[in-house]
Write a protein that binds this ligand. Structure first.
Ligand SMILES: Cc1cc2nc3c(=O)[nH]c(=O)nc-3n(C[C@H](O)[C@H](O)[C@H](O)COP(=O)(O)O)c2cc1C
Length: 213
């Protein structure tokens, strides 16, 4: 089996948001697709270990925030490499409440869904959501694709992502963020970067980078 074939499937990059009681929370997700047009339904795959999974189960509602190519890459790190169980992910994120769900300002649109069915896999719950509302932010940049996230932002996906593939080891020394796996590929040698350098994906400090061969 050549698992690289999975890289030829196309996705977007989203923040799936929900409520944890009075507190907004959510996680980065790419495994989302529209299933039907009328009534509009959408499928969202969320790992059993993600805190967001339980919040969606409890509330029966979720929002899909569609990230654009201009959305701050740190959003993907904030929502994709830490858990809402331990962190208030929305603490430094601009958002509004629409239909009782947190909607990120830095996106190109959102869709609000009522969960009408679920399917369990060994690792993930597939939520089937009936679309209740949605809107486009006209002035925003085009929607970010998963390929753009990998090829332009040079971002990685954690093991909880349904599309996770183990990295192949490349020859030679490279500086890698120990939190999100981002590989530094800037023009300046890593050692010459200022101490205020932060991982562009998950915003961890320079000290979070380690050398991998
Ligand atoms: C680019 C990217 C895509 C991801 N896609 C998914 C996904 O589709 N489904 C999923 O369950 N987790 C996905 N993840 C992983 C979750 O975002 C991550 O495990 C998160 O820390 C869970 O947060 P929570 O515990 O607050 O729910 C993705 C992460 C990244 C960075």
């Amino acid at each position: 089996m050549n698992t690289k074939v999975f890289r030829n499937l196309s996705y977007g990059v989203y923040v799936v948001s929900s409520m944890d009681g009075e507190r907004p929370t959510g996680c980065t997700a790419n495994s989302i697709m529209q299933i039907t047009s009328s009534p509009a339904t959408i499928a969202v795959s969320i790992n059993h270990d993600n805190y967001t999974n339980g919040c969606i189960q409890k509330t029966g509602k979720l929002a899909i925030n569609i990230l654009s190519e201009a959305s701050a890459p740190g959003i993907i790190g904030t929502f994709g490499f830490q858990s809402g169980k331990d962190t208030n992910k929305f603490e430094e994120i601009a958002y509004s409440l629409e239909g009782g769900l947190p909607i990120l300002k830095d996106s190109c649109g959102y869709i609000i869904c009522q969960v009408i069915d679920t399917m369990e896999t060994d690792t993930h719950t597939v939520f089937l959501g009936k679309v209740l509302d949605g809107d486009v932010i006209e002035s925003a940049a085009p929607a970010m694709s998963y390929a753009y996230y990998h090829n332009v932002i040079k971002g990685k996906s954690p093991k909880n992502a349904p599309t996770y593939l183990p990295e192949e080891t490349e020859p030679g020394k490279k500086w890698v963020c120990s939190v999100c796996g981002h590989v530094y590929d800037g023009e300046l040698p890593f050692e010459d970067l200022g101490d205020d350098y932060k991982c562009p994906v998950c915003h961890q400090p320079k000290t979070a980078f380690v050398i991998e061969n």
